[in-house]
Design a protein around this ligand. Sequence first.
Ligand code: AR6
Length: 172
Amino acid sequence: MHARIHIEQGDITLQQVDAIVNAANSSLLGGGGVDGAIHRAAGPELLEACREIGGCPTGEARITYGYNLAATYVIHTVGPIWGGGDQGEDALLASAYRNSLELARDHEAASVAFPAISTGAYGFPLERATRIAIAETLAFLDDNALPETVTFVCFDEATREVYESVLGDLSA
Ligand code: AR6
């Protein structure tokens, strides 16, 4: 497999890492899914920090502290809404991962955890999204010493199985 990539099943808000990534929307003002869970666990200061940032375009990322979370930082990124695949979704999802990893590196985060961005409410097909997530991360780790490790936190077993199979393919 790959020494710097881990796959786990569980709740990303419980991760003991330097930075967790949030699958946000472009308002950065919270929502459902993993975004709602992160805001609930971090507390109201997170929403205040996001309000000051004032939003984030699709494919980009912004960083705040993690407040009540174990993680020092939350990196908020906005994945694309799936619209059939011919609206730049692949490139936008890749850039959400790349920009998140760049922010982690620039803040000297040694450990980062990602959810399966865009694959819930935003409807991106899971295996296609997973290939992009892992390929982009492998390429970034090849070129950068930080982050040292990336954990993909899968909320359910079906997602974890897809991640394990794609990582097996791509790091073979
Ligand atoms: N830990 C880890 N993964 C989780 C958790 C959790 N606590 N909760 C959900 N997931 P989604 P998106 C998984 O819908 O598709 C929000 O309302 C979930 O099972 O959270 O990028 C935002 O505000 C799925 O595998 O994010 C946006 O409006 C993955 O996280 C919109 O949803 C992503 O699902 C973003 O949609």
